[in-house]
Design a protein around this ligand. Sequence first.
Ligand SMILES: Nc1ncnc2c1ncn2[C@@H]1O[C@H](COP(=O)(O)OP(=O)(O)OP(=O)(O)O)[C@@H](O)[C@H]1O
Ligand SMILES: [Mg+2]
Length: 316
Amino acid sequence: MKIAFVGKGGSGKTTLSSLFVRYLAARGLPVVAIDADINQHLAEALGAGESPPMGAHLPEIKEYLRGSNPRISSAEAMVKTTPPGRGSRLLRPGGGDPVHALGTTAPCGALLLATGPFEDDDLGVSCYHAKTGAVELYLNHLVDGPGEYVVVDCTAGADSFASGLFTRFDLTVLVAEPTRKGISVYRQWQSYAAGFDVPIALVGNKMQSPEDLAFLGSQAGEEPLAMIGHEPAVRAMEQGRPFSLDDLGPDTTAALAAIKARLDAMPRDWARYASLAAEFHRRNARSWASDRAGEDLTSQIDPGFTLGPHALAVTV
Ligand SMILES: Nc1ncnc2c1ncn2[C@@H]1O[C@H](COP(=O)(O)OP(=O)(O)OP(=O)(O)O)[C@@H](O)[C@H]1O
Ligand SMILES: [Mg+2]
């Protein structure tokens, strides 16, 4: 199951991602945590070492994933939206492949992957999406089942809309502080995601008073999935002091349980997942990628292939 934490800068995406990762790992569940933010803070929040950046290994990742897929002429012709097809190599969460080999195991047991920070070289010549492109490729080639989790700490705001990344999750948690800005980011996501039927759950964070609760509920126009107040234990986690999930207040623990329950209940439709990937690839190919590659990249879409557990036996 794939879940993303999004929201405005400073709303608590990294904090909630890390708490949710620890919550799942503490239940003995397999978890891959991905830091897809420009500012890489998830490793710190998980008390993990830095992972080699996926963004710096894109050529190898592409070479591996394309496998013997005849529709992808070279690793260079593989762009962030290139979907898998017959011959592609697929990934299993935490599998023994070169992509997961880039990960670092956090003390809680989760495997942490990171896109890598925004570097000076990236400025002007490309945008951050080149880095999050590694995550999009990863998710597009991943076959995950119930009880397996991929948790992605996303970049602030609505940057994910620049690609198909926002359609790759079973559930997107919009973390919002009870402020007008927090709500406006939620509305922006809601309106964009509605066109693609992307499931979003609102989670209030840093809630301090009954007024905060009333504000969020009334402004959002719907009941938030969960609310989290000020958590003193978060500071301990950030300062690298001993931290345990038992240090969290009951409301936060209930919020984490509610997020897991909602995620677990999400239906999986592999055919739809693949068709959205193809749709965003077509858009990407038409807008810039085919020109850049010097070939028509829409022909990379394999009409005879659908991602899913059945495809593992055939292509791996
Ligand atoms: N529930 C909470 N209780 C106490 N402090 C919190 C809580 N949630 C977040 N914080 C604090 O708020 C700050 C911002 O949180 P965090 O880094 O998780 O936000 P973010 O959305 O990931 O920010 P960025 O956009 O910079 O990546 C941090 O200092 C964190 O400790
Ligand atoms: Mg963050």
